[in-house]
Design a protein around this ligand. Structure first.
Ligand code: ACO
Length: 407
């Protein structure tokens, strides 16, 4: 419901729209979603087409620069990103300073945030901060660094967690193959990652790369609107992604499936959901009121990964859960369908990633989308600092009562 309130202290009407359900806060040319029809397009290209024919680096270029690259642009972009994969030695040391059981997402956020202290152009006190907004060379450098170093920081968080030494990036591999290499997710010859798994992860990265103004991308635009450096803004966006209602849902889904345990427990679990004792994680979406097109692709990829890694037994529980929910009035009436997080965790589990690492696997590719939105906002001549208004419901003017006189 909108509440229209005539403002006394500013121009125009103020609309009360909790959670921005009906508020457009930006004009964008990056991603189109038709939630009723279940359509998702990056720069006009269907997600199904990109997942089948493209790769994550090309899709990142498309999101950030608006067009598919030609051969020269592609190889230059790929080269730049793969030659910005190493992180400063002191930053690597910082990643070692966490407790062994720290959540990898907390480590990832901290690593991202720390990046702003390693690159002087990020500090508005040292340089004219207009440079960050206006000089495309500086902006591109920041894009290369953030895309290049996010898999490295993620892999360091993982390696620290399991008490093993870091594997340095290998720039001769593809973006996803290098990431799997640094994680030590290698094929039987223990030398290079399995090509089927590289391809599967690349598709997952494409599917997660952008989703217009989701919670974390809105956070990226919001933080970036103050003209802070993009490393700090990406740290803030990552924090928004960490929550279980957003990117943390893939971890929550797997814990839910483990809790349900077997197909026999699916119906009793759904009863608990309908009684509002539990939430069906990985279901429902603010924009999709139809099947999330990404979930459909992910389900197919799951079977390809199972061919290599073995079938993850919880898939049976997930399929039974989906089938029962889609046949139940409670979910049908509320248009609740599986979202991108429902099946992705099963793939990650089959590939051997620990459950609490799942949100990091979402954050790495979403860096591309965050950067696309940040760049678009930087270049928007109508860009302004984001400063929403509120409807004040508190007390009127009161007189201060000293502590000794309060009852
Ligand atoms: N399980 C049970 N009921 C649900 C669920 C769910 N997963 N999602 C929504 N509902 C119900 C709500 O209780 C509400 O019912 P009511 O009208 O009877 O009160 C109705 O459906 C509408 O839900 P809202 O919470 O108003 O929808 P909103 O758009 O605010 O929230 C959200 C969307 C946060 C994604 C929600 O569906 C949810 O919490 N899902 C589970 C978490 C999840 O999977 N998040 C990942 C989303 S995708 C992504 O970020 C990558």
């Amino acid at each position: 419901d909108f509440t229209k309130i005539k403002t006394a202290d500013g121009p125009g009407l103020r609309l009360y729209d909790p959670g921005f359900q009906n508020t457009a806060v930006a004009q964008s040319r990056i991603t189109f979603i038709d939630g009723d029809a279940g359509i998702l397009q990056y720069r006009g290209y269907d997600i199904e087409d990109l997942a089948e024919k493209s790769n994550f680096i090309e899709v990142s270029y498309l999101l950030i620069y608006g067009e598919l690259p030609n051969k020269a642009q592609y190889s230059q972009f790929h080269h730049e990103i793969m030659h910005h994969t190493f992180v400063h030695l002191q930053l690597a040391e910082l990643m070692k300073s966490f407790n062994y059981d720290a959540h990898p997402m907390g480590m990832f956020i901290s690593g991202m945030s720390a990046m702003s202290t390693f690159h002087p152009e990020a500090n508005p006190a040292l340089v004219n901060n207009d440079m960050y907004v206006e000089d495309p060379r500086v902006r591109n450098k920041q894009i290369f660094r953030l895309l290049g170093k996010s898999p490295t920081l993620a892999a360091y968080a993982y390696r620290h967690r399991i008490g093993r030494p870091y594997n340095q990036p290998r720039n001769d591999l593809s973006y996803t193959a290098n990431f799997l290499y640094m994680m030590d997710r290698l094929s039987e010859d223990e030398y290079e990652p399995h090509p089927v798994l590289v391809k599967a992860l690349d598709i997952l990265f494409i599917l997660h790369a952008d989703h217009e103004l989701n919670c974390s991308t809105a956070a990226m635009r919001h933080i970036g609107s103050s003209h802070v450096d993009p490393y700090s803004a990406v740290a803030g966006a990552s924090a928004a992604l960490y929550g279980p209602l957003h990117g943390g849902a893939n971890e929550a889904v797997l814990r839910m499936l483990e809790g349900i345990g077997s197909v026999a427990n699916v119906i009793p679990f759904l009863e608990q959901v309908k009684n509002r004792e539990k939430k069906l994680m990985g279901f429902g979406h603010r924009v999709y009121k139809n099947y999330d097109p990404r979930a459909r692709i992910i389900r197919r990829v799951a079977y390809e990964v199972f061919e290599v890694c073995g079938r993850e037994p919880l898939i049976e529980v997930a399929i039974a859960l989906e089938k029962a929910a889609l046949a139940d009035d409670f979910f049908v009436q509320r248009k609740l369908y599986p979202n991108v997080d429902f099946y992705s965790g099963l793939i990650y589990k089959a590939m051997g990633f620990p459950t609490d690492f799942f949100p990091v696997l979402f954050a790495i590719p979403r860096v591309a989308g965050w950067l696309a939105h940040w760049k678009e906002a930087c270049e928007d001549p109508k860009g302004k600092i984001w400063r929403p208004r509120q409807i004040y419901l508190g007390e009127g003017k009161r007189s201060y009562v000293p502590l000794d006189h309060r009852s």
